[in-house]
Design a protein around this ligand. Structure first.
Ligand code: TPP
Ligand code: MG
Length: 822
């Protein structure tokens, strides 16, 4: 417990100096002769071969992009191709010592890494395993193509498979590794330990940390290598990933076999440039990238610059660094110096660098110089090396022809199945646990103090005499969440949760109170204040096969995890061709009372992004049932919770919140109060002002409102709402989100289309003002109030006899506010 780690002022206030150790720079200095004892002739030739395969693969793509032809084969590829000509030695050196269980993550420029890791895995796997991998991948569709007429060993067949699968993916063919839905910048093949490559610069910076957490928490063999570019050192996710990966707690607080550093290498493929910005000398200040490791932890991340132009230097470094990870002293930072002779993309005119510079690096070409040294050392003959190149060219020409043939390698048939990508956005799985095994807990559920105390609570807001239950005795909204979450912790051994102040504090809003006693550190821990990495690591953890709950303390902070929530979390299931599942629940607490940067409901932003499920319960019964569903599923869920109602009791489900397990299906709204005259559809905590408005409508104007709680935003089944509208002919929608661009607007528009003929008036939206959220004392002028609902009904739906408006909800005002943009 951190409480046991007293911070003594006498110690921390003492004067001292921080001393940094030395960071090795290009210290490898062995010759081929020196290495003869470590590599066989075959090993040396394999290194050479793998580099040539990458060089030729990239050269082929370059020619296709720039001349629409390779080796007499014409083809037009309109999509991207970020080539790594020049970087082959660093890719092959990186992958050479990796086991199949070691996972690599990459960037937009990762063709070389994919091939290097693939070739390394093929070398390591026995023939039966290789064949079964190929046979079972998408029903063996790619295997069938390369197997047709093939004569040779399974290993050579697997090399054909690797090249064909990668090319087909780049050309968006259904036989590609990800059904052509990933493409050049995102291609990967998990059976060979090749995990997603990322078109967002630095995107792998925190995702790979989550993968390392998955390995560590679930005691899986293998390490993670995060291959990212030098310019990504300026990216938030990379810094946050590094911070997350180097937390002291792995060594100070995690216990037993979980104690120790993450099995992770941040491997910066340092080609000295971003697109055109020169990192060393222009856009960064580190001089030598490896320096960055020095400040991060006392081990200086075992940081080192290595010569990525020499495959043997890279192999040597990875061997040494893997040993460090094995001793649980990770993570490691490697600054792998290399150079991209090719442009950033084939259209790059290299305006940002001189011809002389490119020529200087070409003179030291890693393949040429490694080949020469093999010849000089008597390991290979020149003709042997030439043969490797010629055979590679021939093989690539063959694979190219297969991958561009529309009959052999068609794209997904979108005309026959126009919804097929839609059907791939969610996996819609339902699993009690992501893996079998006994969940690690510190005490039995019955012994848990909060579980015990919940047994004494009233699970409905009124007692048997109909009197409201006191706060102290009341089973609250937060308790519903807690019950679903603790239940899953005892069911699913892979479940882990993290976020800010999640552990001893019990979560900022006491949802997790009682979990600290129940769970060891590796299953529940406090993270740094890194909302990007909180979500990014959850993504990495989820895509490796673990279930995870990550928490964003205030919805307003979602902006800090923008890339993770918008570009990563929702995309990987479909971009993988459904190879990957994403059992990740992001709890997002929507604030109030704390002003402009702590009170915003941004549910519409997340609902807008294809690939996320979005729910927003408003009662303890719904909170528990929806959380159970979220934690049973395999899709990313943004789970909104309003701080306004954490302590509210169940007012609608008259039997009270059940003690046992139950699920509430996503997408099904719920009638919280039946009525006949007007429909009110609410999202989140605005259910309660809607109920109040319903009471006023009944008492004062004799109108019976049907009040429907949306509960979900995505998916959303409109049937119940449309049925209601067909009955009432009128609908008002309300939520706490600022009305402009809110999800209510989306719903209003859809309802108009689905039930236009039944509507007496257009659907009316009553959201919050399009302002900053003012202080608590002024919030009633910002968030929708029952009066606003009544006024809006009177002004825009049906005149209420004798009604005097307290606010201006007229269409004129609506038009004016829009004109002013507020
Ligand atoms: C977040 C983000 N910003 C900008 C880009 C556009 N972009 C693509 S590659 C690149 C340069 C990346 O440099 P580095 O990380 O060193 O990788 P390299 O291209 O050198 O391999 C840029 C700016 C992007 N894809 N993602
Ligand atoms: Mg770079």
């Amino acid at each position: 417990m951190p409480k046991s780690q007293n911070i003594n002022p006498k110690v921390v206030r003492k004067p001292r100096f921080i001393e940094f150790g030395k960071i090795p720079v290009n210290q490898y200095n062995k010759s081929i002769e020196d290495e003869k004892g470590n590599f066989t002739k075959e090993d040396f030739l394999r290194i050479y071969h793998d580099m040539v395969v990458i060089r030729e693969f990239e050269t082929m793509l370059n020619l296709i992009k720039t001349t629409n032809e390779y080796n007499g084969v014409p083809y037009n590829h309109p999509g991207p191709a970020h080539l790594s000509i020049g970087q082959e030695a660093s890719a092959v050196g990186m992958a050479y010592n990796l086991e199949v269980d070691d996972y690599i993550f990459g960037s937009h420029r990762s063709h070389g890494e994919i091939l290097a890791k693939g070739l390394s895995a093929i070398h390591r796997l026995d023939e039966d395993s290789l064949y079964s991998i190929m046979k079972n991948y998408f029903g063996g569709s790619a295997l069938k193509v390369v197997e047709n007429g093939f004569q040779g060993s399974i290993k050579s067949l697997a090399i054909n498979f690797l090249l064909y699968g990668a090319l087909a993916e780049i050309f968006a063919r259904e036989n590609g590794f990800n059904k052509g839905l990933g493409g050049s910048m995102h291609a990967f093949f998990t059976p060979f330990g090749i995990y997603p490559n990322n078109a967002i610069v630095g995107g792998s910076g925190d995702i790979s940390v989550g993968a390392a957490l998955f390995k560590k928490i679930n005691r899986k063999p293998g390490i993670i290598v995060c291959n990212i570019g030098d310019a990504s050192m300026g990216c938030g996710p990379v810094w946050e990933g590094i911070t997350f990966a180097t937390m002291d707690q792995y060594r100070t607080l995690w216990e037993g076999e979980y104690k120790g550093g993450l099995p992770l290498i941040f491997n910066f493929m340092n080609n000295l440039y971003g697109m055109g910005g020169q990192t060393m000398g222009e856009t960064m200040g580190y001089d030598i990238l490896a320096r960055v490791g020095a400040g991060v932890n006392p081990e200086m991340m075992h940081s080192e610059r290595i010569d990525g132009y020499n495959p043997l230097a890279v192999i040597d470094a990875f061997k040494r660094k893997k040993q460090i990870l094995k001793e649980k002293k990770g993570p490691v930072l490697l600054d792998t110096l290399t150079y991209r002779i090719s442009g950033h993309s084939p259209s790059d005119a290299s305006s940002y660098r001189s011809k002389e510079e490119i020529e200087l690096w070409q003179q030291e070409d890693s393949i040429v110089s490694f080949g020469q040294s093999l010849v000089l050392a008597g390991i290979a003959k020149k003709e042997q090396l030439e043969n490797i190149t010629n055979e590679t060219k021939e093989l690539l020409t063959k694979m190219l022809k297969l991958s561009i043939d529309d009959n052999i390698s068609p794209r997904i048939n979108m005309s026959a199945n126009p919804d097929c990508i839609g059907n791939m956005m969610f996996s819609n799985g339902s699993f009690d646990r992501m893996e079998d095994g006994k969940p690690e807990v510190l005490l039995s559920m019955e012994e848990n103090p909060r579980v015990k105390s919940l047994k004494t609570k009233e699970r409905f807001y009124k007692d048997k005499e109909g009197k409201p239950v006191s706060k102290a005795k009341l089973y609250q909204f937060r308790d519903g969440l807690f019950e679903a979450i603790i239940d899953r912790f005892y069911k699913d051994p892979t479940l882990a949760a993290w976020g800010e102040e999640n552990r001893d504090w019990g979560g900022a809003f006491a949802v997790y109170r009682g979990l600290t006693e129940a769970l060891p550190y590796q299953r529940l821990f406090n993270s740094p204040i890194s909302e990007g990495a909180i979500v990014g690591t959850a993504i990495g953890y989820g895509m490796c096969g673990g279930r995870v709950i990550a928490e964003i303390m205030y919805c307003d902070f979602l902006g800090r995890s923008g890339d993770e929530v918008f570009n990563q979390l929702p995309k990987w299931q479909a971009m993988s061709g459904n190879i990957i599942k994403m059992p990740v629940v992001i709890r997002v607490s929507v604030g109030s009372k704390y002003g402009a940067q702590h009170s915003q409901d941004w549910s519409a932003l997340t609902a807008h992004i294809p690939g996320l499920k979005v729910v927003f319960p408003a009662t303890p019964y719904d909170a528990k049932g929806l959380m159970n569903t979220a934690l049973q599923g395999t899709d990313p869920v943004i789970f909104f919770e309003s701080q306004r109602i954490y302590d509210i009791g169940e007012m609608f489900y008259t039997n009270g919140v059940p003690e046992g397990y139950y699920e509430i299906p996503f997408g099904e709204p719920d009638i919280k109060k039946a009525g006949n005259d007007i429909t009110i559809l609410s999202i989140g905590a605005s259910l309660y002002p809607a109920i109040k408005a319903g009471e006023i409508l009944q008492e004062k104007y004799g109108l019976s409102a049907e009040i429907i709680d949306a509960r979900s935003l995505v998916p959303f089944n409109y049937d119940l709402v449309i049925q209601s509208v067909r009955k009432t002919g009128k609908i008002l929608l309300t939520s706490d989100a600022s009305s402009r661009g809110s999800f209510l607007k989306e719903m209003a528009q859809t309802i108009t289309e689905l039930a236009f003929d039944s509507l007496d008036a257009p659907p009316v939206v009553v959201g919050s003002r399009n302002w900053i959220t003012p202080a608590y004392e002024m919030e009633e002028y910002f968030f929708p109030q029952p009066d606003w609902i009544i006024d809006a009904i009177h002004e825009r739906i049906v005149p209420l006899k004798g009604h005097k408006c307290k606010t201006d909800q007229s269409v004129n005002k609506l038009a004016l506010l829009n004109k002013e943009g507020v």
